[in-house]
Design a protein around this ligand. Structure first.
Ligand SMILES: Cc1cc2nc3c(=O)[nH]c(=O)nc-3n(C[C@H](O)[C@H](O)[C@H](O)COP(=O)(O)OP(=O)(O)OC[C@H]3O[C@@H](n4cnc5c(N)ncnc54)[C@H](O)[C@@H]3O)c2cc1C
Length: 482
């Protein structure tokens, strides 16, 4: 059997170290090196908490906000959803694998139901006991003698053995740097909450992703004039086919092992009959093939365009006071610009060199595992072409199984370690190279790969370590928050 290089911090002699801050204040270092530090209690952090707690892996979950749910808790400063947000991915392909959403819920539930669902998940698996709220992580660095030195925003310092990052990637606003000055209001889609701010205004929404199109449609019902500025053409995908969510249909084509060309061919025919052509809508022709970019899923965009409530404009060339000049030379007056231009992938609390960063993202095996280190993991660093939580659920389970495999020194664990050290990783298959796709994964193949890896590791783990099963109570019974 290959021996694993499993580095444990040598902290046994450091129950409580003392550090001296320049101001003469003594800061004590609390030794929690028997535990893992998990940053974030959004949907990704909660999945990690659920699987670590089931696997009896000791951890603390540190959350900056006063409540859980991250992006889906609209009252929290870190949330980037708006009042009318519904899931854009179907509930069946979004939900956690062992915590279904109620059958009677609509296919694309409203965000208020989603927060109830997330709370019911935390309650069912008793995750709150592990979370420290109002506990922002300011800095994380490697400790000389092994482990991670975690400095909280309060200045408190703790030593942990391992680090799981689940800080999300939809919070650090990206706003393009257009030349000139705009005298109206500028906001990012993450600031946008409700349509009352749009009334009687001329609004320009920038960006053709899901948030951009949803806000543009909402604006088209509320503002006096709405334009959507697009840098390139996008393939717009309807939300349903014959009453079935479109991602569920797409998943069935994957399941039937249909080659890409055939999936593309069939989908194009279906979209043509459901939406028609772009003619008369002003939408530019995409410069890439269908399924080569993250899908923009909306059934309402064409509707608003064809009612004349929404107008398409090209990319912005310059901001000119009250007006905006577009690259086709036309100028138009606006009161407000909403940039739905995405987010940076950010880990502000740690040095980029720790993250094996390539040009655009941490280069982690399966977007989860540091290739060389066994004490650093990221959960939730993916953008699937469908729902996310079922995937992060499997990511978290795989990390838990890997840590158990290291602990029990199994051969399957060694082989997984070799694979990750070799640098194999999940590529965004078929997608055009663009910043937008830096953490893109294809739902179906990525899920299969995670499940395959979990099975391989579980085969050699002791029965006792797998025996702690999930509570039997159905999700429905505990959805009282909804
Ligand atoms: C408008 C919108 C619509 C979306 N729709 C869908 C959809 O339909 N389906 C889907 O699957 N996904 C959707 N997403 C993606 C969505 O972000 C994910 O579903 C999911 O919420 C991400 O969860 P997360 O836990 O990874 O990140 P977050 O929800 O961002 O949670 C991260 C948590 O980490 C905490 N944190 C961050 N830094 C620190 C720190 N230094 N110290 C302590 N705590 C910290 C934050 O406070 C936060 O609670 C949508 C996103 C947006 C913006």
């Amino acid at each position: 059997m290959i021996r694993l290089k499993h580095r444990q911090p040598n902290c046994s002699k450091l129950p409580r170290l003392r550090f001296y801050y320049p101001l003469g204040k003594t800061i004590s270092l609390e030794d929690r090196s028997h535990k893992i530090c998990l940053i974030g209690a959004g949907t990704s952090g909660l999945a990690a908490a659920r699987h670590f707690s089931s696997a009896n892996i000791p951890f603390d979950c540190l959350e900056r906000e006063s409540d859980l749910g991250g992006n889906w808790n609209i009252d929290l400063p870190c949330s980037r959803i708006f009042e009318s947000t519904h899931l854009v991915s179907s509930k069946t392909l979004t939900e956690y694998s062992d915590h279904p959403m109620p059958e009677e819920w609509a296919e694309f539930p409203h965000q208020s139901l989603i927060l109830g669902y997330i709370n019911s998940y935390a309650d069912r698996f008793k995750l709150r006991d592990h979370i420290e709220f109002d506990c922002g992580v300011h800095e994380v660095r490697r400790y000389d003698q092994g482990g991670w030195l975690v400095t909280l925003e309060t200045g408190e310092q703790r030593l942990y053995s391992k680090l799981i990052i689940a800080n999300g990637h939809n919070w650090d606003y990206h706003i393009p740097n257009h030349p000139g000055e705009f005298h109206g209001e500028i906001l990012h889609s993450g600031h946008y909450k409700r349509p009352d701010i749009l009334r009687n205004k001329r609004v320009l929404v920038v960006g053709g992703g899901n948030s951009g199109c949803d806000i543009a449609v909402e604006s088209s019902h509320n503002a006096s004039f709405t334009a959507l500025s697009l840098r390139r053409g996008y393939h717009v995908i309807p939300k349903f086919f014959h009453g079935t969510p479109i991602d569920v249909c797409g998943n069935r084509l994957h399941w039937a092992r249909m080659p890409l060309w055939l999936r593309r061919f069939l989908s194009k025919i279906v979209f043509f009959f459901l939406l028609g052509t772009r003619a008369g809508t002003g939408l530019p022709k995409p410069d890439h093939k269908l399924f080569e970019s993250h899908p923009t899923v909306t059934s309402q965009l064409y509707y608003s365009l064809r009612h004349g409530d929404l107008t398409i404009r090209p990319d912005i060339d310059e901001l000119c006071g009250d007006k905006v000049r577009f690259v086709d030379g036309t100028e138009e007056a606006f009161d407000m610009i909403i940039y739905a231009t995405g987010y940076h992938l950010s880990f502000p609390f740690m040095d980029a060199k720790e993250l094996n960063w390539d040009a655009e993202r941490p280069n982690f095996h399966l977007n989860i595992f540091h290739p060389k280190q066994d004490d650093l993991f990221i959960i939730g660093m993916i953008q699937p072409d469908s729902g996310q939580w079922g995937l992060v659920d499997r990511q978290a389970k795989l990390v838990a199984r890997y840590l158990q495999s290291l602990d029990q020194q199994t051969e399957a664990g060694s082989r997984f370690q070799e694979r990750k050290q070799a640098g194999a990783r999940q590529e965004p298959i078929n997608y055009i190279r663009s910043k937008r796709h830096k953490v893109q994964v294809e739902y179906y193949s990525y899920r299969l790969e995670l499940e395959r890896e979990i099975r391989k590791l579980e085969k050699q783990l002791s029965k006792e370590s797998l025996s702690k099963t999930s509570p039997a109570s159905p999700a429905k019974a505990s959805l009282s928050h909804a």
